[in-house]
Design a protein around this ligand. Structure first.
Ligand SMILES: *Cc1c(COP(=O)(O)O)cnc(C)c1O
Length: 257
């Protein structure tokens, strides 16, 4: 027995009826989203949470889905396919309209062209299109399936050389080219802020992406359905919401610790 715990007080690690650690952390994230929206005068319904599962166990993923989170994001094709099989097996045995079918999967990581056909048609949104070659490949696979693939253009707004994403100066031209692909639907922009404690750099990255987005919309380079700004992760999502994020991608704030 642990001598530091007086044995007169029963130790309850997880008292029955208490929300789980995941539930508490998810609630804190949803509250932060709501409070940040209130602070900047936005409707919280305009910000969608994509729960990033890359650091989560299957059991943890089940918990967030059961708590009502149906948008899940992964950054590896293999892992995404493995998860969607496991998850639909878990919930949907003999239930074709089960909850597993309702999950919306987001591909948020770097995508290789030879993996595209494994991704469609189960994916809701591909956040990481950053070259014409990749876009053409997605367009071709979508054409074979007779669907329109929804994509975001990933912008390297922090201009870090090691990052994926199209440079800001080339983004408008690439968006124009994407608009010519009939089986692709350009739904918006995605960016990742630099990993830094310098808040000014984070603000600058989100500001630049927002300006690019407004410019593309204003000049009708993109269509009226190009409405999404996917930006903000565990360390910076309140800042991203201030700058107009419509999708935040959050993993460790929910699953770590
Ligand atoms: C991992 C990842 C996230 C989530 O990061 P956290 O810091 O765990 O919230 C978001 N977007 C992309 C592209 C990622 O790879």
């Amino acid at each position: 027995m642990d001598p530091s715990v007086p044995h007169t007080e029963p130790v309850q690690l997880c008292p029955p009826g208490e929300p789980s650690r995941i539930a508490q952390r998810l609630k804190a994230v949803l509250e932060t989203i709501e409070q940040t929206c209130q602070k900047v005068g936005r409707d919280p319904a305009t910000v969608r949470l994509v729960v990033v599962t890359k650091s989560a166990t299957l059991d943890q993923i089940r918990q967030v889905v059961e708590l009502g989170q149906l948008d899940l994001g992964e950054n590896h094709v293999q892992q995404l396919r493995r998860l969607w099989c496991q998850i639909s097996e878990f919930w949907d045995e003999g239930r074709p309209d089960g909850i597993g079918q309702k999950i919306r999967w987001h591909m948020i990581g770097h995508l290789q062209r030879n993996k595209v056909r494994y991704l469609l048609p189960r994916i809701t949104l591909i956040h990481s299109v950053d070259t014409l070659r990749l876009a053409e490949c997605i367009n071709n696979e979508a054409a074979k399936l007779g669907i329109k693939a929804k994509v975001l253009l990933q912008v390297n707004a922090s201009e870090e050389p090691q990052k994926y994403g199209v440079p800001v100066a080339a983004a408008t031209h690439l968006a124009e080219l994407l608009m010519t692909l009939p089986n692709l639907q350009l739904k918006g922009l995605m960016t990742m802020a630099p990993l830094t404690l310098n808040k000014d750099l984070i603000h600058a990255c989100f500001t630049r992406t927002r300006e690019l987005f407004e410019e593309m919309r204003g000049e009708k380079i993109v269509g009226p359905d190009c409405t999404e700004l996917s930006m903000g992760m565990s360390s910076d999502y309140p800042i991203a919401i201030e700058h107009g994020a419509t999708i935040v991608r959050i993993g460790s704030a929910i699953f770590a610790g």
